[in-house]
Design a protein around this ligand. Structure first.
Ligand SMILES: N[C@@H](CCC(=O)N[C@@H](CS)C(=O)NCC(=O)O)C(=O)O
Length: 200
């Protein structure tokens, strides 16, 4: 039995979807950013980085979305290709989502992680629409029109989770037809719809 610590609408949506898709037993523990739960000692004892998601397992805590997603996929024997090249392409997308796509988004509201001046924050916020659109253009070019690799995998789940933020970031996903199709395919999945309802 796993416990997922998640905040609504965050990148924790990805781990939540993976758990719903696989049917592994888990409990959900909501963290409220509005109440600053992520910086409270109780939560820092679970994840000293003060971020979500965190997945508590019998062996210990796992943080970082790519690691959590791959752990869930391996525990369930689902959502990860068997072929070495396809596995590498899956990890390539996970890594891009975590290190670039997500970070572009974080520049919109979390500029204080990288700079102190208000003017610097404003500059980062203004730039995030363009960097998110640039990432979409890159991914659009990579996609073939279906899933990230031949079959549905954790790469699709991570990609979808970040694409949920595009509208709020000022990017119209309809300008990227393959990405838009990918997004609709994800929304049509019952597990994804259940998680979306839970996150509101
Ligand atoms: N690299 C981490 C990033 C996790 C992360 O930054 N999560 C955000 C929510 S999307 C968070 O917890 N932010 C809380 C804060 O900055 O106070 C991952 O991919 O899991």
């Amino acid at each position: 039995m796993f416990t997922l610590f998640a905040a609504k609408g965050t990148v924790a949506v990805a781990a939540h979807i993976a758990l719903e898709e696989t049917g592994l037993p888990y409990t959900l523990n909501w963290i409220s950013f509005a109440d600053g739960d992520q910086r409270k000692p109780e939560y820092l004892a679970i994840n000293p980085k003060g971020r979500v998601p965190a997945l508590v397992t019998d062996e210990g805590v796992i943080t970082e979305t790519p690691a959590i997603l791959e752990f869930i996929a391996e525990a369930a024997g689902q959502l990860m290709p068997k072929d070495p090249f396809a596995r590498a392409k899956t990890r390539e997308m996970l890594s891009y989502c975590a290190s670039t796509f997500h970070v572009n988004h974080a520049h919109k509201l979390r500029g204080s992680r990288w700079a102190d001046l208000e003017a610097s924050h404003a500059d980062m916020t203004a730039k995030s629409t363009q960097t998110m659109a640039d990432s979409c253009a890159y991914i659009e070019d990579q996609l073939t029109g279906g899933w990230v690799t031949e079959a549905y995998s954790i790469a699709d789940i991570h990609l979808y989770t970040i694409c949920r933020w595009l509208k709020g970031d000022g990017v119209d996903i309809a300008e990227f037809p393959k990405l838009n199709f990918h997004f609709s395919q994800m929304q049509a999945r019952p597990a994804v719809a259940r998680v979306s309802d839970a996150h509101g």
